[in-house]
Design a protein around this ligand. Sequence first.
Ligand code: HEC
Length: 150
Amino acid sequence: MRRLIAASAALAAWAGGAWADPPLSPDQIIAARQAGFALMGGAFGPLKGAAGSGQDLKPLAESAKAIAAWAALVPSLFPAGTETGRDTRAKPEIWSDRAGFERDAEALGTAAKALAVLAEANDGKGFAAQFEVAAKACGDCHKAYRVKRQ
Ligand code: HEC
C-alpha cells in the first residue's frame, strides 16, 4: 500500500503540470490511470468479507487510506487530451460533466476515509456496511463515466 501511495504522489506531481507541458504522452497518462485503478481494485477486493472473518481489521486501514488518497487524485488523471487513445474506457461525460465526475471521486474518498476509521476501531459490523457504501461509489462512477466492456 505504501508503494501505491508513493506512486500516487508521483502521479500528482506530474499531473499538476500536465496541461501546460505534458511530461507524459496521453497514452502514458491513460496507462498510468488504468494501472492505478487496477492496483486499487486489488486493494479493495480483499476488504470484502474481511469483517465477517473475525480478523484484526486494523491493518486494513492502510488500504482504505490509500484508496482515499487515490480517489483524491482521480480527476487530475483525466486531463484534456486523454479522451481517446490506448483503449481507454473513459466516457466523454468525464469532460462534459466534470463536476459530476469530481463529485463521484469525492464520494469514494469520503467513503474510504470512513472505512479507515472503522478499521482502526475494529468495528466489524460498521466496516461491512461501509464497504458496501464504498463499493456503490465505485459502481456509481463506472455506470456514469466508464464504457462497458464490449
Ligand atoms: C470517479 C470515478 C470512478 C470511481 C469513483 C472509481 N472508478 Fe474505476 N474507473 C473509472 C474510469 C473512468 C475507468 C476507465 C479508465 C480508462 O480506461 O482510462 C475505471 C477503470 C477501473 C478499472 C479497470 C482498470 C484497467 O485495468 O483498465 C478497475 C479495476 C476499476 N476502475 C476499479 C475501481 C474500484 C474497485 C473502485 C472503487 C473502490 C473504482 N474503480 C472507483 C472511474 C472510477
